[in-house]
Design a binder for this molecule. Structure first.
Ligand code: F6R
Ligand code: ZN
Length: 183
């Protein structure tokens, strides 16, 4: 997949080489079990690209004290009434925090603590979000255009996708008569 969003800064910073930028693509089929409306999911093209991430990893994974940064392009769309969103995760090293910031488009950052309390913050170009440790995070595109956001996290954070894959988030962000609503 060649159409991944890579901002100009990735090429103007001379510490970037081909080897330390890692790109990944998530298709709808990779998000099986994530959305509430199973019938709507089954009727959609599993090969549709939902989001792409370009990560800049200047140090080896798990290095203490280093930082990673990434930029995510999340396409607009819905499965039933639920907005396209990222898988979401806790960090493996659970107390590791993260910054997200909005670059382009309209989104919602959905957060869940270990007691399964869920809340959300609106993302827009220039919005800044501090995600404390022990808080799972996922992003939904609530607009009609692509959503682009960036992230910065510790190189020893790690990603725990299994907990969310098994238990999900306690609330889902649905389009209720045109209003994004956590249900
Ligand atoms: C890194 C981070 C982001 C996400 C990216 C894709 O800790 O939170 O770079 O990895 O937005 O979302 P996930 O990883 O949940 O598929
Ligand atoms: Zn994270």
């Amino acid at each position: 997949v060649d159409n991944i969003y890579v901002p100009e800064v990735f090429f103007t910073n001379n510490c970037l080489t081909g080897e330390n930028v890692v790109k990944s693509t998530r298709l709808l089929g990779d998000l099986d079990g994530v959305f509430q409306d199973k019938d709507a999911f089954e009727q959609m093209d599993r090969d549709r690209i939902i989001y792409q991430v370009s990560s800049f990893l200047p140090v080896v994974e798990n290095t203490p004290g280093g930082l990673f940064m990434g930029i995510t392009l999340l396409y607009p769309g819905k499965v039933g009434q639920e907005f396209f969103m990222t898988k979401g995760h806790f960090h493996t090293n659970s107390n590791r925090a993260e910054f997200y910031w909005g670059v382009e488009g309209e989104g919602m950052l959905i957060l869940m603590d270990e007691q399964r309390n869920v809340w959300a913050e609106r993302m827009f170009p220039g919005s800044l979000h501090y995600i404390p440790g022990k808080v799972a995070h996922r992003v939904a595109n609530i607009g009609y255009q692509k959503l682009v956001f960036s992230a910065c996290w510790p190189s020893d954070a790690g990603h725990d996708y299994a907990t969310i894959a098994a238990e999900g988030f306690a609330r889902s962000l649905m389009d209720v008569n045109g209003v994004p609503t956590l249900l």
